[in-house]
Write a protein that binds this ligand. Structure first.
Ligand code: HDE
Length: 713
């Protein structure tokens, strides 16, 4: 293991520097942007008390003009996002693979900023849209900034950058009426997906529970493309990057997602903010899948094809580090909105591959920042600055925020002693892997990219029964929202290529039949002169029966940290019971919320007042992970008088959540659907906190799914 610099003090200072408050409000005086003290910011300058406003009012003009220009263009995709600061720590140095400092010094704490996002919706769209989530990490390393701009699914929809505008235009609101917002369930998207079969793998992931996460903190992250590591000897290894959340991978149900969007459209944003604010810092372990250069062609798929994953059962993920997010931004706009991620930001020891999607991204992101942030100097915005000094001969441009000194802005020069001077590779300069290239210039797709059905089928086969049910439900919902029959039928044909039972289920839900053939060519995402036979999706292969790592049923179920527990009470609840349950839940890191008929305070059976967290009229069952109803006769009578409490518990039952009652709570339970199923393992009557905690750890009791359907939505 190499120790490049002394670590413990310096890196912490860097994190502080990056996370420090540069803006102090306390004790400050209001001044204009030119530093002039202001004595009235409430009234404009007028010709007489009731007269016209004067053009000379520079105070008014500065304030209003700045306000008029407060918005910048939102991101074309990934507009809706939330971010946080944190740091990355390395468990194990890997000099055999890469010379990158961040992967060689276990004493470093590398500052990071992470932005999570949905893809399709506008900036103000709700958090629980069925969508892929962006998972973009900026590592402020000692050798320069590295951006790992990934998603929460390990593959992408398309294989070539050329198709990105088509994909995005098809999923965005339809251009004639700008409907629907943040939703893929419409004709143009399925028209595209059903004609471009390469999309089917990412599409089935988008139909799975991965597309409706319980929390950003409970999502995996993936770099998706195959990248390269380069070591000191100049040797290359292929690498795929993984983030594994410490809290496991968990999702909500579709019925909940729809309701959460109404009850709290900031659900994910709030969840991340509140967890960090409360000191429950989210953590992800960092993993790598390594493929030696000589094994490039060993697989049944092409490593350069971003619609394919390498099953973990074939190449294990080696965990080598951990990321912790420990600080919310001070200002959403300055940090989360203005952060600019570029897949082209890499550091020595890393390199790209010829993945044609990655290659296109290397162009696109710089271009997008120019239009979004309006200047080639976007790297000078505080959140985008590297933590190391940078010098070169780039000058001027809009919004130049530095004052470069000296007579020279060119290289070579003698006037400035040749500075800034170049570095040798041995001194840590960036260098590309010297890949041999000897090829014809062509515009087509490699035949090795033509297997479009094997991996969607592997994914579906690897899911548990309840996950498969959710996938079938999602396809049925999405296609049910489409209006054009030939698109639905074409899509059913495609699903049939993935899995026959799945196609039958979806067809039944749609009231249609699975067609046995469709127009040729099946894949129409090809050039006009392309050899159709070559471009057809190849036959479905079965190189692995199942990949358990793809299933959320195999995730971690060992913590209730940050889980939101609703406690339903009226005046007169049993304080003894509540206190006992509350302290056990809080000891495990859960958050206990008192939900009473009204806000303010509520009185327990020992005549003490307790603070109410939310009145039943202002909250919803879908915002919580589990429900507890303590005894107390008067309290239970009050719950019985309010239909919303019954709805609350019925919904918790429908969404397969843990429900615990004690004392007279049993009587209330009888008035709900849950009362009919007390043999359910996540419905706990008069049991102690340990049993309830175990049930919450399981996230949901999916065995309840079939009977939960009885409960009206
Ligand atoms: Fe992006 N993508 N993308 N993308 N992408 C953007 O960049 C683009 C792709 C991803 O939180 C934009 O700064 C093209 C793959 C994330 O700020 C834009 C292509 C993956 C984010 C853009 C892709 C992603 C973006 C919009 C095909 C997963 C949000 C604003 C060649 C590996 C980053 C911006 C953030 C953002 C273009 C494909 C992930 C327009 C042209 C594949 C997480 O430049």
């Amino acid at each position: 293991m190499k120790k490049k610099n002394d670590s413990s003090e310096k890196p912490t200072k860097k994190i502080e520097q990056l996370q420090k408050d540069t803006w102090k409000v306390e004790g400050s005086t209001m001044k204009t942007n030119q530093g002039v003290k202001v004595n009235d910011t409430n009234n404009s300058l007028k010709s007489g008390e009731r007269g016209a406003t004067l053009l000379e009012d520079f105070l008014l003009r500065e304030k209003i003009t700045h306000f008029d220009h407060e918005r910048i263009p939102e991101r074309i995709v990934h507009a809706r996002g939330s971010g946080a600061h944190g740091y990355f720590e390395l468990y194990e140095a890997i000099p055999q693979y890469t010379k990158a400092g961040i992967f060689n010094d276990t004493n470093r704490r590398t500052p990071v900023f992470v932005r999570f996002s949905t893809v399709a919706g506008s900036k103000g769209s709700p958090d629980l849209a069925r969508d892929v989530r962006g998972f973009a990490t900026k590592f402020y390393t000692d050798e320069g900034t590295w951006d790992l701009v990934g998603n929460n699914m390990p593959i992408f929809f398309i294989q070539d950058a050329m198709k990105f505008p088509d994909l995005v235009h098809s999923v965005k609101p339809e251009p004639n009426n700008e409907i629907p917002q943040a939703a893929s369930a419409h004709d143009t998207f399925y028209d595209f997906v059903s004609h471009a079969t390469e999309t089917l793998h990412n599409h089935i992931w988008a139909m799975s529970d991965r597309a409706i996460p319980r929390s950003f903190r409970m999502m995996e992250g993936f770099g998706i493309h195959t990248f390269r590591f380069i070591n000191e000897k100049g040797e290359s290894h292929f690498v795929k990057f993984h983030w594994k959340p410490k809290l496991g991978v968990h999702s909500v149900t579709w019925d909940e997602a729809v309701k959460i969007n109404g009850a709290d459209s900031d659900f994910h944003r709030r969840d991340l903010w509140e967890a960090i604010d409360a000191g429950h810092f989210p953590e992800w372990e960092f993993g790598i899948q390594i493929v030696p250069q000589e094994d490039e062609h060993k697989f049944d798929f092409d490593l350069l094809d971003p619609t394919k994953l390498i099953p973990e059962e074939m190449v294990p993920v080696q965990i080598i580090g951990k990321m912790t997010l420990n600080k919310n931004p001070d200002n959403f706009f300055a940090e989360t909105e203005q952060i600019a991620f570029l897949p082209g930001h890499i550091v020595p020891g890393l390199d790209f591959t010829n993945d044609p999607l990655l290659q296109g991204r290397l162009f696109s992101y710089r271009d997008t920042q120019l239009s979004r942030l309006g200047t080639p100097n976007f790297h000078q915005i505080p959140i985008n600055r590297p933590v190391v000094e940078s010098h070169n001969n780039e000058r001027d441009g809009q919004m130049q925020m530095d004052i470069p000194k000296g007579q020279t802005a060119y290289f070579p020069n003698s006037i400035s002693g040749g500075c800034p001077h170049l570095s040798k590779m041995a001194e840590g300069a960036f260098g590309s892997y010297e890949e041999r290239i000897d090829a014809k210039k062509v515009r087509n797709r490699s035949e090795s990219f033509s297997d479009h059905f094997s991996q969607p089928a592997l994914f579906y086969r690897s899911l548990d029964k309840w996950e498969q049910e959710h996938v079938a439900g999602a396809y049925t919902f999405e296609l049910g929202k489409c209006k054009i029959d030939h698109i639905k039928e074409r899509m059913l044909y495609m699903i049939d290529q993935i899995d026959h039972d799945l196609a039958k289920k979806v067809a039944q839900g749609l009231g249609l039949k699975v067609p046995s053939k469709i127009d040729e060519p099946i894949n129409q995402s090809i050039g006009a002169d392309a050899d159709v036979k070559k471009q057809q999706p190849g036959p479905k292969k079965n190189y692995l029966d199942k990949s358990p790592a793809l299933s959320q049923a195999k995730t971690k179920f060992d913590s209730i940290e940050t889980r939101q527990i609703a406690v339903l009470v009226g005046d007169g609840f049993s304080m003894k019971n509540l206190e006992k349950m509350k302290s056990s839940l809080e000891e495990e890191g859960a958050s206990v919320n008192i939900i009473a008929p009204m806000g303010g305070t509520i009185t327990c059976d020992e005549n003490m007042e307790h603070k109410v967290d939310a009145s039943i009229m202002t909250t919803e069952s879908v915002l919580f992970d589990a429900v507890y109803i303590p005894g107390g006769k008067k309290s239970i009578n009050a719950l019985g008088e309010n239909a919303k409490y019954i709805k609350f518990v019925n919904e918790a039952f429908k969404h397969c959540k843990a429900i615990a009652v004690d004392g007279e709570g049993k009587e209330f339970l009888r008035t709900t659907y849950a009362g009919k199923h007390t043999n359910d393992k996540a419905i706990l009557v008069d049991e102690d906190a340990t049993a309830f905690i175990e049930a919450i750890k399981q996230h949901r009791n999916w065995e309840r799914m079939a009977i939960a359907e009885e409960v009206p939505a």
